[in-house]
Design a protein around this ligand. Structure first.
Ligand SMILES: [Fe+2]
Length: 269
């Protein structure tokens, strides 16, 4: 499996605090079947003031440690950039690492408030040559009320990254149902761990992959855990999966946000 979202780099954010923790997380990931991992520390002004200058040296230290310890986990650069209006300019200047230096980068939206003019912002990013990958949309508190906004963003070609633990219900029933609704709706989604530590939020995805395979089929699981992440890492063109099949393969669970998303999709928003 390929994990495109992790806070495995030590000392940069609320993820691993020291090298030994990063190494422990790498061992857990390998044991779970993860072979490739993007290191994506938070970048948020005033909170996590990271950029290439802070991220590169830590990435190199961890890569060297994994080589010496013969831990077979291939690391890639990246960052989880919090929404900020100067992001297009910072990306163009090369301040913020994208996923393996591709056009794709992780974009974290505000959790509590609906970001104003989000579509305009995404278009500005695309004009600058970048494609934002929206991190854990299922955990945004406004996602249930405004699912159509996320659908519109997906239709602009932005992949949605679901969190393995959300699919397993570890972020609550609402996040679990929202995550399932995005898969059911046929949006361009894939899964990552968003690992923060060896324990509470560990770098494991195999249980979620089994769940996806049993609920949506092996092909969908392969696509969400391997193929889409692979295309992103190799800077390839993603399939236009948005709204390819609007009807769920299995009956939807009821729930206001989930039901509303499908209703909106069927009605053409
Ligand atoms: Fe994260």
């Amino acid at each position: 499996m390929i994990d495109l979202h992790s806070h495995i780099l030590f000392g940069l954010d609320d993820g691993a605090s020291e090298l030994d923790i990063s190494i422990e997380m790498a061992r857990i990931a390998v044991a779970d079947g993860i072979t490739h991992m993007a290191c994506t520390p938070h970048v948020q002004e005033g909170v996590y003031p990271n950029d290439w200058a802070t991220i590169r040296p830590v990435l190199e230290v961890l890569q060297q440690a994994l080589r010496e310890l013969r831990i077979p986990l291939t690391l890639f650069c990246g960052a989880e950039a919090h929404l900020a209006w100067d992001l297009p300019e910072r990306l163009l200047r090369g301040d913020i690492p994208t996923l393996n230096d591709s056009r794709y980068f992780l974009l974290e939206l505000p959790h509590l408030v609906v970001p104003p003019r989000l579509q305009d912002f995404v278009l500005r990013l695309k004009d600058a040559g970048f494609i934002p990958v929206i991190t854990h949309p299922e955990r945004l508190s406004w996602a249930e009320r405004r699912p159509e906004l996320l659908v519109k963003i997906a239709e602009l070609g932005c992949p949605l990254q679901l969190t393995a633990d959300s699919l397993l219900g570890r972020f609550g029933m609402t996040a679990q149902a929202q995550a399932a609704s995005f898969v059911d709706a046929g949006l361009l989604v894939f899964v990552a761990s968003d690992a923060h530590s060896p324990r509470a939020r560990a770098p494991r995805m195999s249980a979620a992959m089994k769940l996806v395979a049993s609920r949506w089929g092996e092909e969908t699981a392969q696509r969400m855990f391997i193929e889409i992440p692979q295309i992103i890492l190799s800077d390839g063109m993603l399939p236009d999966a948005a709204r390819q099949h609007l009807l769920p393969r299995r009956p939807m669970t009821s729930g206001s946000g989930v039901g509303r998303l499908l209703t909106l999709l069927r009605a053409g928003l």
